[in-house]
Design a protein around this ligand. Structure first.
Ligand SMILES: Cc1ncc(C[n+]2csc(CCOP(=O)(O)OP(=O)(O)O)c2C)c(N)n1
Ligand SMILES: [Mg+2]
Length: 621
C-alpha cells in the first residue's frame, strides 16, 4: 500500500492559469517504529518518485512544508511521514499551524496495527473503553481531512479526498492519513488509473453577478472606502490586479500579516499594517472608514484590533473570499470567489475617491514613512533597539528577498516597520504564531525560492524552542541567514505582563533567586542565564557570529551574501525599547479581582478599552 501511495503522490499535479506543476516536492520523514517498513521502504525503493528529506523534529517538518507551500502560493507542498506515538504527536502543532493558516500539508503518521495482533504495541495508547482510538485521533480537529487506512484498498478514496482538500483554496490545510503499520506493508491490486498522472485544476471562481452589482453600488456610494488585503489576495496572485484597481480608484490599502506585500510599501496609497500591530496611517483610516473591502482575509482578532478598529457608526463590509465561511464575516456582503478574478470584475465599474480623502490618506502615509525612518535610526545605546535591527536587515535585503518570522515581539514590529517591495517578500506565520516556526519555515521558504535570500528573524526564546533544523539546512546545503535577536527571554510577553500589572512574571531568562524566577525588572545584568547562542548555532554546523552594534550587523549581513552556508548572526537588543502601538487595542483580560493594585488598575483600563468593541452585525444597507 505504501508503494502505491508514494507512486500516487509522485503523479499529482496542479494547474492554474494554464501552468502545470508537480504538487509534492518530496517527503519529509523521521523513521521509527511504524514507518521504517511501509512508507520508509517505499521511499527507499522509489527515490525518483518522491525525494526524501531528513529532519530533526517532526513539528519542524510540517513548518518546513508549510513555509514551502506558502511561498509557492499553496500550489505545491510536501508530505511528512512519522513513526507512531511521539513521532506522530510531534506533528500536531505543525498541523494546527498549517490548518489555522490555510496552508496545505500532507501528514502521514504511522498508526497501531490494524490487525491488533501486537496489542498493545510499542507506543500504543490504550483506551480501555474505545478500541478504535489511537493517539492519531488528536489530528481530527486540526486537519481539514482525516482518515485512518484500515485496509490497503482504502487508500484509493482517501488519497483522492486528500488531494481534493489540499488543492482547494477554500478548504485547504493539514490533511492527515493515519497509516497503520501493518497495512502500510500489505499488498493489493492497484488500478493503473490510481497511479497515473492526475492534474487538479485550481479554479478562479467569480462571485454571483448580482452580488458584484451590489458591491459596485456600495463602492460607488462610499465616501471613505478602505481595502484590507489578506493572505488570500497574495495566494491568488492578485497583487498586480489590486495595484491597477487602486491606481484607478484611489482606494487605500491596509494589510494583514499574511497580506503584507500586497502593495509595495512606497505606493502612495499603501497604509501598511492594520490592527493591533497596525500603522498610525492604517488605524486612523480604518477608524473612520465607511466601507471596508476585505480581500482574502479571515478577519483575525489582530487585524480588527479585537473589533475596535472600525468605529464609523454605519461601517459596512464587503468580503471577497474563496471561502464562504470568511465571506460572511462581519455581516459583510459576501463576494465568494477568487481574489484576482473578483478584483478584475470590480474594476469594470468606474469609481474615484474624493480628492480630499486621497490627500488625507497620502499625508498619513508620508507621516508613517517618517516614523519608520525615525525608528530605523534611533541610535539607541548602549544596546540597539529591535527596530534598528529590522532597519538594518531591511536595508541589506534586496527587493525580492524574503523575511521570515513567527512569534515574539518581532512579528508585530515587522508588520509595522518592514518595507516590503515584493508580494512574496514578507513571510510571517502569525495565524498560529508558533514559536519554533522561524528556522524550519525559513528552510521551506528557501527551498521554494532558491534565487532569493531568506532572512529569518528570530527571538532568543523561539530560537531555543526549535533551532535544530539548522542541521537540516547544513545537510541539504541550503543557505538561510538567521538573525537572532537576544533580549534574555520573552520580551513580548514580558511587556504584555507588565501592562497587565504582573511585572513580567516568568518571562525573563534569569537564575532562580528566592521567589523571583523570571521577574522582569531592569536590575543588574549579573543574574542573566549564561546562554551562548553563538556557540549553539556553531555547534549545529552553521557559520555563527556575534555582533554588538548596528554597524557590525550591517557588515555581517554584507558578509553573509558571500557565503553559501547557513549563517547565524546574534545581536543583543534592548529588551525594553519597544516599538509603540499606534492607536490600537487588544483584548487581553487581566483578573477581575486581585490583591495586587497594579492588576486592579490594569483591569480598570481594560474595562474602559472594552467599551469600543463593535460587533458588526448589521448587513450593508
Ligand atoms: C509554541 C509557543 N509557545 C508559547 C507561545 C507564547 N509566546 C508568544 S511570544 C513568546 C515569547 C517569545 O520569545 P522570543 O522568541 O525571545 O521573542 P521576544 O518576545 O523576546 O521578542 C511566547 C512565550 C507561542 N507563541 N508559541
Ligand atoms: Mg527574546
Amino acid at each position: 500500500m505504501a508503494q502505491a501511495l508514494v507512486r500516487f503522490l509522485a503523479h499529482q499535479y496542479v494547474d492554474r492559469d494554464g501552468t502545470e506543476q508537480r504538487f509534492f516536492a518530496g517527503c519529509w520523514g523521521i523513521f521509527g517504529h511504524g514507518n521504517v517498513g511501509g512508507i520508509g521502504q517505499a521511499l527507499h525503493e522509489r527515490p525518483d518518485d518522491l525525494r526524501y528529506f531528513q529532519a530533526r523534529n517532526e513539528q519542524a517538518m510540517v513548518h518546513a512544508a508549510c513555509g514551502y507551500a506558502k511561498m509557492r502560493d499553496r500550489l505545491a507542498t510536501f508530505a511528512c511521514t512519522t513513526s507512531i506515538g511521539p513521532g506522530a504527536t510531534n506533528l500536531v502543532t505543525g498541523a494546527a499551524a498549517a490548518t489555522v493558516n490555510r496552508i496545505p500539508v500532507l501528514l502521514l503518521p504511522g498508526d497501531v496495527f490494524s490487525s491488533r495482533a501486537p496489542d498493545p504495541v510499542l507506543q500504543q495508547l490504550e483506551v480501555p473503553w474505545a478500541g478504535d482510538v489511537s493517539v492519531n485521533d488528536v489530528f481530527r480537529p486540526v486537519s481539514r481531512y482525516f482518515d485512518r487506512i484500515a485496509r490497503p484498498e482504502q487508500i484509493i478514496p482517501a488519497a483522492l479526498a486528500a488531494m481534493r482538500v489540499l488543492t482547494s483554496p477554500a478548504e485547504t490545510g493539514a490533511v492527515t492519513l493515519a497509516l497503520p503499520q501493518d497495512v502500510q506493508a500489505e499488498a493489493f491490486d492497484v488500478p493503473d488509473d490510481f497511479v497515473a498522472k492526475r492534474v487538479w485544476h485550481i479554479e478562479r471562481r467569480l462571485p454571483e453577478a448580482s452580488a458584484l452589482v451590489r458591491a459596485a453600488e456600495l463602492i460607488g456610494a462610499a465616501k471613505r472606502p478602505l481595502i484590507v488585503a489578506g493572505g488570500g489576495l497574495i495566494y491568488s496572485g492578485a497583487a498586480e490586479a489590486l495595484r491597477r484597481w487602486v491606481d484607478a480608484t484611489g482606494i487605500p490599502v491596509a494589510e494583514t500579516q499574511a497580506g503584507k506585500g500586497a502593495l509595495p510599501f512606497d505606493h502612495s496609497l499603501a497604509l501598511g499594517a492594520i490592527g493591533v500591530t497596525g500603522t498610525s496611517a492604517a488605524n486612523r483610516v480604518a477608524r473612520e472608514a465607511d466601507l471596508v473591502i476585505g480581500i482574502g482575509t479571515r478577519w483575525t482578532d489582530f487585524t480588527t484590533a479585537s473589533k475596535t478598529a472600525f468605529q464609523d457608526r454605519n461601517v459596512a463590509f464587503i468580503n471577497v473570499n474563496v471561502a464562504e465561511f470568511d465571506a460572511h464575516k462581519h455581516a459583510g456582503l459576501a463576494l465568494t470567489g477568487d481574489a484576482r478574478a473578483t478584483i478584475e470584475a470590480l474594476a469594470g465599474w468606474t469609481y474615484v475617491v474624493d480628492p480630499s480623502y486621497r490627500e488625507k490618506v497620502e499625508r498619513l502615509v508620508r507621516e508613517w514613512a517618517a516614523e519608520v525612518d525615525r525608528l530605523y535610526s534611533l541610535g539607541h545605546a548602549p544596546l540597539p533597539a529591535q527596530s534598528e535591527v529590522i532597519g538594518a536587515v531591511n536595508e541589506a535585503a534586496g527587493p525580492r528577498d524574503v523575511v521570515v518570522c513567527a512569534a515574539g515581539s518581532l512579528p508585530g514590529d515587522l508588520h509595522k516597520l518592514w518595507r516590503t517591495r515584493d508580494p512574496k517578500g514578507y513571510h510571517v506565520e502569525y495565524g498560529f504564531s508558533t514559536m519554533g516556526y522561524e528556522i524550519a519555515g525559513g528552510l521551506g521558504v528557501k527551498m521554494a525560492a532558491p534565487d532569493r535570500e531568506v532572512y529569518v528573524l528570530v527571538g532568543d526564546g523561539s530560537y531555543l524552542m526549535l533551532a535544530q533544523e539548522l542541521v537540516t539546512a547544513v545537510q541539504e546545503r541550503i543557505k538561510i541567514v538567521v538573525i537572532v535577536v537576544d533580549n534574555h527571554g520573552y520580551a513580548s510577553i514580558g511587556g504584555l505582563s507588565r501592562s497587565l500589572g504582573s511585572q513580567g512574571f516568568g518571562t525573563h531568562y534569569r537564575y532562580r533567586t528566592s521567589g523571583s524566577l523570571g521577574l522582569d525588572r531592569e536590575g543588574p545584568q549579573g543574574d542573566m542565564l549564561p546562554i551562548d547562542l553563538v556557540a549553539n548555532a556553531a555547534s549545529l554546523g552553521a557559520v555563527s557570529e556575534r555582533v554588538r552594534t548596528i554597524a557590525e550587523l550591517r557588515a555581517a549581513l554584507a558578509q553573509s551574501k558571500r557565503i553559501e552556508r547557513p549563517y547565524v548572526v546574534t545581536i543583543e537588543a534592548d529588551r525594553y525599547e519597544s516599538v509603540p502601538a499606534y492607536e490600537s487595542w487588544w483584548d487581553v483580560a487581566p483578573a477581575e479581582v486581585s490583591a495586587i493594585g497594579e492588576v486592579r488598575a490594569a483591569r480598570e483600563r481594560y474595562e474602559k478599552g472594552r467599551r469600543s468593541i463593535r460587533r458588526h452585525l448589521r448587513p450593508p444597507e
